[in-house]
Design a protein around this ligand. Structure first.
Ligand code: TRP
Length: 457
């Protein structure tokens, strides 16, 4: 019998878990990363592969990750250690927890820098800086920001402090309320932006770019990046969802929660794409503009629409919140581990994690100016040095590997009756579909995409 409580506390309800996990999933990955990845990789075919990865690989792995977390009821490292012991498996499974911790640090370090750009844009919007922007001046505005390391450091610092404060007070207080209000508001603003995109005259082109697959644009690189994007955007493979699962009451349905979280997350990404690409085409910009894409396109729309000052400010505030609720989930596993194993209190644990990731963030800051270098990734030029390397290493390699290991552990190494007991789907078709997906479909999918990325197949 597994523990019914985590020492760090529990969600007050299934809804609280869904809100927190959706808060983790929906973030910069949807609004900043998805559009620029899709743009870099030629649009529709990338999106199709990404959607297939969410459905066939992401959802079964999300269920496996929540299941493991709820059974272990501790930070990912200790959860893996104790579940491996309970199931009489090899102690090396604990490496899955450690790998997740390393991935979490790397992601957090650059995530906070990008969230800093978002903070900077709140004030840009508020100060009327978006008025009358066109494609060129919006690009210049963005480049002025990212080539100024001091400014980036200031915003990165502020964001990391914000994140650390929430984690130090306990993830549960406040998160629920914040997500409940912010998510619907973000959703509505995205709808308004899609509405604006309809007026640009290039909506159809944007829609086609995003949804009509052109398979000639699909390279080995774009397939692996589409899979990486599915993991990144769903917060999978690192232990964030495992951690949140450890606070989940036994009565909640893992299947329904996973479907809802993945569905909402995908919807937000697609809406962001629909808002951005018509603006790209209407202003003669490049879909493959890279990490600055959102910051160079949406301000044009806000600068032109009625009420743009208000909507622009509000949008970037909401994006900061979305990034905040995601960053929190990147800190929580490592902080919980420090509480469990080093006897630290939460405040100290959060400060230690935040400080280390903050330091590492300097690498990303410098990647956009003095330390920038270019390299070729599957025929695509990546021009932001170590930032791109951190991103490729985490999203395209560490998260899929972590997720693969979680699926394998949950479906091959935890006893069948235990997984039946956790999933509460009975032993019928739904349960067997999950087990098949977790045992074969998801692991083989990840392996095949890896092999194609390496050029083996
Ligand atoms: N999913 C978040 C986003 O899309 C980022 C994120 C939060 C994440 N926690 C994670 C990514 C854990 C990978 C692993 O913005």
């Amino acid at each position: 019998m597994s523990a019914t409580q985590s020492i760090h506390g529990m969600w007050s309800s299934r809804l609280a878990f869904i809100l927190a996990a959706t808060g983790s999933a929906v973030g910069l990955g949807n609004i900043w990363k998805f559009p620029y990845m899709a743009g870099d990789n030629g649009g529709g075919a990338f999106v199709l592969v990404y959607l297939l990865c969410v459905l066939l690989i992401g959802i079964p792995i999300m269920m496996a990750e929540i299941l493991i977390g709820r059974r272990g009821r501790q930070s990912p490292i200790n959860t893996m250690r104790s579940l491996a012991a309970d199931e009489r498996r090899h102690g090396l499974w604990v490496l899955l927890g450690w790998g997740g911790m390393v991935a979490g640090f790397l992601i957090l370090s650059y995530y906070s820098v990008i969230a800093g750009w978002t903070l900077a844009y709140v004030f840009r919007a508020l100060g009327g800086g978006f008025m009358g922007l066109d494609g060129e001046s919006a690009g210049a505005l963005f480049n002025a920001l990212i080539s100024d390391p001091e400014r980036l450091l200031a915003w990165h610092t502020i964001f990391m402090v914000m994140t650390t404060i929430v984690v130090s007070r306990g993830v549960k207080s406040g998160l629920e309320q914040a997500v409940k209000v912010m998510m619907p508001a973000l959703f509505l603003l995205l709808l308004a932006l899609v509405g604006y995109a309809l007026t640009t005259g290039e909506f159809q082109r944007g829609l086609e770019f995003l949804l009509v697959p052109d398979f000639s644009a699909l390279t080995r690189g774009s397939v692996i990046q589409a899979m990486g994007q599915a993991f990144f955007t769903l917060s999978l493979g690192m232990g964030a969802i495992m951690m949140y699962g450890s606070y989940l009451p036994r009565s909640a349905s893992i299947l329904n929660s996973s479907l809802l979280i993945a569905g909402l997350d995908t919807l937000v990404s697609l809406l962001a794409g629909l808002a951005i690409f018509p603006i790209v085409f209407a202003n003669g910009m490049e879909p493959g503009a890279g990490p600055g894409l959102v910051f160079m396109t949406l301000p044009i729309a806000f600068g032109q629409m009625p009420g743009g000052l208000l909507f622009g400010t509000l949008f970037f505030i909401l994006l900061v919140f979305a990034a905040w609720t995601s960053a929190i989930s990147l800190v929580e596993p490592a902080a919980a581990w420090l509480v469990e194993n080093r006897g630290m209190n939460r405040v100290r644990a959060a400060a230690v994690v935040g400080t280390l990731a903050w330091l590492l963030g300097i690498v990303t800051i410098m990647s956009f100016s003095d330390w920038a270098f270019s390299f070729d990734f599957h025929g695509e030029t990546k021009s932001n040095g170590l930032f791109d390397i951190f991103d490729i290493l985490t999203a395209n390699i560490m998260l899929p590997l972590g997720g693969l290991a979680m699926a394998v552990f949950a479906s091959w190494f935890i006893g069948r009756s235990s997984t039946v007991d956790e999933l509460q789907l009975g032993e019928g078709l739904l349960y067997r579909a999950w087990r098949f997906a977790a045992r074969y479909l998801a692991p083989l999918g990840v392996l095949l995409i890896f092999m194609s990325g390496l050029g083996v197949i």
